[in-house]
Structures are given as structure tokens and as C-alpha cells.
Design a protein around this ligand. Sequence first.
Ligand SMILES: [Zn+2]
Ligand SMILES: [Zn+2]
Length: 333
Amino acid sequence: MRAVTLVSPATVAVVNDWPEPSCGPREVIVAVHGVGLCGSDLAVVSGRRSVPALPWVLGHEAFGVILAVGGDVADRRPGQRVVVEPNYPCLVCGPCRAGATAGCEARRAAGISEHGLLAERVAVPARFTWPVPDSWDEADVVCVEPLTVAVGAVQASGLRNGDACLVVGAGAQGLLVCLAVLQAGGVPYVIEPHEGRRALALRIGARSAEPRKPGTTFPVVIETSGVPEAFEDAVDLVSDGGRLIAVGLSSRPARLSTFTLVQRRLTVRGCLIYDHPGGFAHTIAMLGSHDLRPGRVLRERYELAEAPEAFAQASRVPGKSWISLPRTEEMAS
Ligand SMILES: [Zn+2]
Ligand SMILES: [Zn+2]
């Protein structure tokens, strides 16, 4: 079957002879219909994030249809449309038992610690597949995972109804944070140097925080760019006593003095993915009851054969890129 692999640092290739997955007793086989691209995939491609082996199957934001279920799986059936929750916590370690599965000591992550989901068929632990209605637009379905990250960040921020929230960076994650802020009753403002991305943020309902009025600050700031200089800038824009949530990642240090932290009584909090099962359950329920349409943040759709081009262009196009796979619902024998 076909799979999109990293063959060497910065070289992505579609291979035609990747082995078929085998279905463990607690797993399901999913025919993948679409996979969104995000920053962590690009970090794997560039080599900033190392993976256990090459070639390596990329991707983690996947949806599709169940083809087969393992012998111990009673609550999933072939034909069901599902979104994959691509982080598989162990559910038995201390953090997992405390409900903080993002901090799992043995978390497996598709595309990072094990092969990714950008293949025609993948095996996934059944409990990490989430049924979604067939009627939902696939553009919205492909955004469920990154939207769950965004909603988690907004929840962690303690945003209250009517609060102004500065979102630093309007890449795909920043755009989804803007939607999550709106959904939570807040007012999102964005800072984004890329004009196309900024325009997209305004189109989905955010306001521009520029030009800046001297002295303007925000009770909640969510940093999504991962650029240390942007983080430093973000610190200056939090109101005294306010909260700064970091979602973007960089291994380069950002400066923050304890004088600033203490005198201005800031809360700075890092926010990593989501907890199982609450995160996905909440997002899917929210999509079922509100007209959020997260698919509005998508801009570029590529075919499977165009995957190398999709990865090469993903950091330049405004909005989120995704790859659509052909519907090959029968298992290759
Ligand atoms: Zn992602
Ligand atoms: Zn665990």
C-alpha cells in the first residue's frame, strides 16, 4: 500500500510498497481519508525532532473509516467514520491515573514515537478512535485534533466570558485558538507578521492587535508561534496579574526576568496537547452542538501523490494544509 515517508532528513517520498498493518486484538484498521499537516510534522521532516527509524511514516491528524476490528473490540464496527486521537497514553502510570494523560510517562505518539498515520491503512488502538457523524464536512473533521489542542489551551488560560485574549501567531494553531476563544465567549486579537495569515484570522472573527496603542495589555495571552522573541513580546502585553499560556515550541531560550514575573504577578503556563478521554470527547460534543466550522482554517488540499510538495509548502501557505487520500475501502490482500 502507499504511505508518505521521510526517507532522509528533509526528503519526503510516497512509497508504494509499505507493508499492510496487522490488526491487534484491541486495535482497529482505519482506511485513512485525510491527514492534516502541523508544526510537529514539519519538525520531524526538518530533523529538528528525531524519529526512531528511517524511512518513517509521517502524519498524525487523521480521519477515515474503520475497515476491520480486533477480536477484543466490541464498541467499534467496520464502516464507522472516525477521527484518530494520535497520542496513546498508557493509562496506568501516576499522571495517567490522575487524569493528566498528557504527562504520561510512557505516552506513544503517532508520527513521533511510532510510525505515523499518513498511509492508506493504519492500525490504531480502538479506544483512540472517535466516531464522528458521516454528515460532518471533511474539512471540519480533519481539524478535530488540532482544535482539541486549541480548546485545551483556552481552558487552561481561565478565559472568562467577555475577556480580550491576545493570540500571538496566526498559523494553523493560532487560527484554531482564535476560534476556541470565540467559542468560549472571549474576544480574540491577533499579532501576526504574515499578511495572508493575519487576513485569514480577521476573516474568521479575530481582531487585529495592530497598530498597537501604547499601554494596551490583555488579561489573557496565548503564544502559538514558538518564536522566542514573540514570547518576550507577549510577556509585555499581558496585563498585571494576567495569564500567559505557551503553546508554541522552541528549544531556543526566551528571556523572562523574575522581577517582571513577580512584580507584575504573572502566571505563565505551558500547555501540552490534551488529556484522554476528556479532550476529544469535549471537542466532538462541541462540534455537534455549535456551528464552529473549524475547516475554515484550511487553505491547501493536496492529493497523496503531492505529499512531498505539501510538506515543502506547508510553512509558507496561510492556513492549514491537508492531504486527501483516495477511497480504497477494501483491504488489499
Ligand atoms: Zn498536530
Ligand atoms: Zn501513562
